[in-house]
Design a protein around this ligand. Structure first.
Ligand SMILES: [Zn+2]
Length: 263
């Protein structure tokens, strides 16, 4: 998506105030900084986030987590949540395919968990033959479990061929389900599958009683058994996360927000 030409045509000039105004007008509760990584437009993201925070809108960074310490502190001072791509669990993958370093990303994950109040989730895109072996998935899950604890949500998402990786197949649903099973066996409480239709793998289960407490079918909420204060409605176990008192009803729709923007 970061390479999509179509996005060029969707870009309009927008001041931080314009963006925050659009969020308020559409009833949005948060702004996500993504496509591309906000690390590459950090100054703008921070300018927008500063205004958003003043107006009671939450800020979410969707990022690869590869960022220098000083810039990291500046960005996350204004973020309420982050979804960090953990692209694989080998230095070889990071070096060969990302020209980055696994260690630096792991450091960001620990920084977010222990040095900030940012709500943290992790996403790993499983690419057939590159990072999807049960051994690697287990090592990654064990690192999350021992270094970050059982309550950090972990999403395994499906790859589809694009850009410079057209020679590989889509990730089979089985690979995602297997990864989710491995991570749950390791002890993680909130493990999800993504980019596939899998209501079981996209729903949230209470770590106390095991019951499904938030059911999801793509972007539709199909079950909601949370009390107003973020506890399981069946056994009252506190569920970690930032929850609204009631579920929203956005579903899959996309709403145009352009009228005030200059193209
Ligand atoms: Zn429960």
């Amino acid at each position: 998506m970061s390479k999509a030409r179509e996005l060029d045509r969707l870009q309009n000039a927008a001041s931080p105030e314009d963006i925050v105004e659009a969020s308020i007008t559409t009833g949005s509760r948060s702004i996500a900084y993504t496509y591309n990584d906000p690390v590459i437009f950090l100054e703008y993201a921070v300018d927008v986030a500063r205004v958003a925070r003043r107006r009671g809108i939450k800020n979410v960074a969707v990022t690869a987590g590869y960022i220098d310490a000083a810039a990291r502190e500046e960005l996350y001072t204004f973020m309420d949540a982050a979804n960090v791509d953990l692209k694989a669990f080998t230095e070889a993958f990071y070096k060969r395919l990302c020209t980055g370093h696994l260690g630096a990303v792991l450091e960001t994950l620990e920084y977010l968990k222990y040095r900030t109040k940012v709500w943290l989730e992790i996403t790993t895109l499983l690419i057939p033959g590159h990072n999807d072996s049960p051994e690697e998935v287990k090592k990654l899950s064990e690192w999350v479990m021992t270094r970050l604890g059982p309550d950090v949500p972990l999403h395994f998402t499906a790859f589809h061929p694009d850009y410079k990786m057209l020679d590989l197949p889509r990730t089979p649903a089985f690979t995602l389900t297997r990864a989710r099973d491995i991570a749950r066996e390791v002890g993680l409480h909130f493990v999800y599958t993504g980019n596939v239709h899998d209501e079981t793998g996209q729903s949230t289960y209470c770590p106390g009683c095991g019951k499904r407490i938030i059911g999801r079918d793509w972007y539709d909420i199909t079950t909601w058994r949370l009390s107003g204060d973020g506890r399981c409605g069946i056994c009252s176990t506190a569920i970690p996360g930032l929850f609204e008192a009631r579920p929203g009803s956005w579903g899959r729709r996309r709403a145009p927000i352009l009228p005030n923007f200059r193209s």
